[in-house]
Design a protein around this ligand. Sequence first.
Ligand code: SF4
Length: 392
Amino acid sequence: MALLAKGLVESSAKRTLSSLGDRSQYIGMSDIGRALECPRAAVGKKLFGNGAGLEVSQHDLASMLGTQLRLQRGHWFEAGVAQVFRTQSLPVIEQLEIQAHHNQVPIKAHLDFTFVSAADQPTVRILELKSCENIPSTLYSSYETQVYGQVGLLRALWEKPAFGVHGEPDMAGCSGLTFPELCRKMLGIQMPADASLVDIEAWVLCLSMSEAKAFGPYLPDKSMLGLCLQTAEDLWTLTVGVRSNGGDIFDLPTAKGFHALCPWCDFNADCPKFEGVDQPQWSPDLARLARLKADVAALDREISEVEDGLKTAYMLSDVGGNWINVDNQRFRVSSQSGRRTLNREQLRLELSAILGEDDCDTLLARCESEGKSFERLMVSKINRPKERSHGI
Ligand code: SF4
């Protein structure tokens, strides 16, 4: 387990260096997405990398493995999907790199897959892969920012020598080409010199272990590109400032309110958002709570398995919708109607059209009530770092 955890961290660092280069020397699109969520975590990651300095005790090993497997699943998915596209001989550029400078800030975008077609209407489709535990119903804003940056840069720099691909053992690299030059060189496809003649879209494909969902299209948008570039500049300024002050990220702005990524953040140990006092005497209670929650989760899984088994058995039986009696209990599977929900936004739109916005809001406010406030216990993991070594 320890060898696997260490190997995952090291192989990830090597792969990142070979495919994305030295990430401390530029701002990438994922840095921009992260900075919009939490500038402190984004700067920390640029300076100290991803978890390389984390202390790994035997106790934490399973959780660290879990984190690494989650982080690296994306690379493995990408390699598998690339294989699928290669088998189909599709006109696709893998890991297209776009280099830009904005107010002296070096920026690079790496696009997982860029499909190109000159037939009829010249077309470019960017596909960004994301691996997820569960497919989200709406796309995270950090992913959207990333693809808006990618598609915006591709459109804006189309005729500039800003494009290339990294060399791989089985693929020659190149750089400093315009996008039409790169298409000619890599795919033998002649694209127009004028980007306005091309239909350009970006899509995000979310993959879990058993599901897939595509989000898009995301079109080139000047204001979204402007936001990306401004965020890149702000992040670069913060990073350079922190590097010159000895690497102290303590006072940088943090994510506001609840942030789902805080428990996974490598910089949460000394994050000012979680300012607190040491009281180690509560350790046995927290450990017991964690054990009990794990027991509940395991019980829930077991209950689902038994219920699924009984449902399958009922479906395969020939009792014709009757109950099955078992000693002093009985069971049956029947169809239930789904839960009815009220779409508040839709209702607001419809009422506004009839009553006008002000009366509609007053009416909705009169019909709404707020439940009693309650105490909620929040327990969150502290990722204690070893001595940090500077990435830049
Ligand atoms: S713990 Fe949360 S708020 Fe603090 S740096 Fe990490 S992501 Fe930002």
